[in-house]
Write a protein that binds this ligand. Structure first.
Ligand code: SF4
Length: 291
């Protein structure tokens, strides 16, 4: 096993931890069993990023409404951000000034639960490791779904999993209100969840995924001012095709799993609510300025 998963095992044993679970998790893991597994590994709390995605949507809507002449690029995919910074530095100014769901959720949970918790992002993405390093004041580690499985298997083989009772409560995410943003990891999911708010017209958006399609999307964006928002993900199939994903299912099958989870998860609310309502008043949603 690599050094990083071993380090995480140590942290899980000795520290209070929060798992920041990426919304693509149903592609590789079965809900609600996965939540019990995460507690057996040692996570103290488990949150989805979807609450942060909702806060981000509100901010996008505000910015888009207040700046009708401007063109924006969604900066949620760190591989896309690096690609544009290197190849199209003149477009750096077009990144909408809102941090990614991983960063916003990490800032939120540190404020909500306490700075003494270590935050560990678990997702499909290798590029998030660098993004976590650049935002180490709120994200302590980023690991992939593949690494999560390695950790689970290692602990199981060494009889070191925690004993957690199989109750509904222990299979419940430490939830905050969220819904439509569960489609964020699907290619075009960000744009679709913003579209629902009637801020952008469909014909003002460019959606693309996969490295082969980025250049032509950027060409259109630069050439036609009618495009106000680019929702691009560097991996083919969006985050569902990320390098840290285990499943080799076709993208259509993976999308089905995300949508099925979106519907099914509603019934796992012990209090019949969609999650805890808290307000995120004055939470910093901005991207970190480059040094
Ligand atoms: S598209 Fe790929 S590189 Fe971009 S955030 Fe998703 S998994 Fe990471």
């Amino acid at each position: 096993m690599n050094e990083e998963p071993l380090k995480i095992i140590e942290i899980l044993k000795t520290e209070k931890t929060i798992c920041l679970l990426a919304p693509s998790f149903p592609v590789d893991f079965y809900f609600p069993k996965v939540i019990l597994d995460l507690r057996e590994i040692g996570f103290s709390k488990i949150v989805e990023l979807t609450y942060a995605a909702k806060l981000i949507n509100y901010k996008y809507i505000e910015i888009l409404k207040n700046n009708p002449e401007k063109q924006y690029i969604c900066p949620n995919c760190p591989a896309l951000v690096k690609y544009i910074e290197n190849k199209y530095p003149e477009l750096k100014e077009n990144f909408i000034d809102v941090a990614s769901p991983m960063i916003v959720m990490a800032r939120f949970v540190k404020r909500e639960f306490g700075e003494d918790y270590k935050t560990i992002f678990v997702g499909p993405c290798v590029a998030k490791k660098q993004e976590a390093k650049e935002n180490s004041e709120c994200v302590d580690f980023a690991i992939t779904f593949k690494e999560l499985c390695e950790i689970y298997n290692y602990l199981e083989e060494n009889n070191s999993l925690k004993i957690i009772e199989d109750t509904l409560e222990n299979k419940e995410i430490d939830k905050f209100y969220n819904d439509i943003t569960k489609i964020y990891p699907i290619s075009g999911g960000v744009a679709e969840s913003v579209l629902n708010k009637q801020v952008l017209q469909k014909e003002e958006i460019i959606v693309c995924d996969g490295p082969k399609n980025i250049d032509s999307a950027i060409k259109d964006f630069k050439e036609f001012k009618k495009f106000r928002f680019v929702d691009a993900l560097f991996c083919e199939g969006g985050c569902l095709g990320g390098p840290g994903v285990i499943s080799k299912d076709p993208i259509d099958e993976k999308i089905k799993k995300i949508l099925e989870y979106k519907d099914r998860s509603r019934y796992y609310q012990p209090d019949d609510k969609y999650g805890k309502f808290v307000h995120a008043f004055a939470l910093d949603l901005k991207r970190k300025k480059e040094n």
